[in-house]
Ligand binder design. Structure first.
Ligand code: M6P
Ligand code: ZN
Length: 189
């Protein structure tokens, strides 16, 4: 972790989402997404890379703001587009902001009560994720989806709550374009 007391700069390659320097990089492959898609991936897909997250790490305190870039590969598992795992914040009230940099995506959000919202991620889009809303990004295009995210320092990631059932809606590749479909596995809590 850098000395968060001193001001600092990092440089972002806008079309690739690479931060220089980066404190931490995580990569999620199909094997990390087990059970999150309705269908299991084709064996032919192997353990493909789904997305990469480059993080600037600062103290996990509400005085700080965590920043990261996410690079989502184009692809599908069955009819569903490649997506991030998605999460609630462990501290439910913590909010987040997304800035689209490249490609075309959707930001799927949902509350624990079952409300949902779907916003576009495109270069220049600024999306506000209020506290209490789980969020997952989906690449609906044929090129990389790249976006920047900033969130309150102590937010934390709660993956478990949506791991089994997912979110109320799915983004699928339909003949007439990307479609928001009800998730048959979701039951309202
Ligand atoms: C965004 C932010 C990060 C998150 C990343 C990948 O960059 O919301 O906090 O880690 O997307 O999403 P996930 O953690 O759900 O895999
Ligand atoms: Zn978040």
């Amino acid at each position: 972790m850098r000395d968060a007391v001193a001001p600092f700069n990092v440089l972002m390659e806008l079309d690739k989402g690479v931060l220089e320097p980066t404190d931490h990089t995580k990569r999620r492959h199909l094997s990390d997404m087990h059970g999150m898609y309705l269908e299991e991936p084709d064996e032919a897909a192997g353990d493909a890379l789904v997305y990469t997250v480059h993080e600037i790490v600062v103290p996990e305190s509400p005085d700080h703001i965590q920043c990261s870039t996410t690079i989502l590969q184009p692809g599908r598992v069955g009819r569903e587009f490649f997506m991030t795992k998605g999460h609630f914040h462990e501290v439910r009230g913590r909010s987040e902001v997304y800035l689209g940099l490249r490609g075309e995506g959707r930001l799927v959000m949902a509350t624990e009560g079952g409300d949902h919202a779907v916003e576009h991620i495109v270069p220049g889009s600024v999306s506000y994720v209020p506290g209490g809303w789980a969020h997952r990004s989906v690449n609906i295009g044929s090129e990389l989806l790249v976006f920047f995210a900033a969130y309150v320092g102590d937010a934390g990631h709660d993956y478990a709550t949506i791991e089994d059932e997912g979110l109320p809606v799915l983004l699928t590749d339909a003949p007439d374009g990307p479609r928001v479909e009800r998730n048959p596995r979701y039951t309202q809590r």
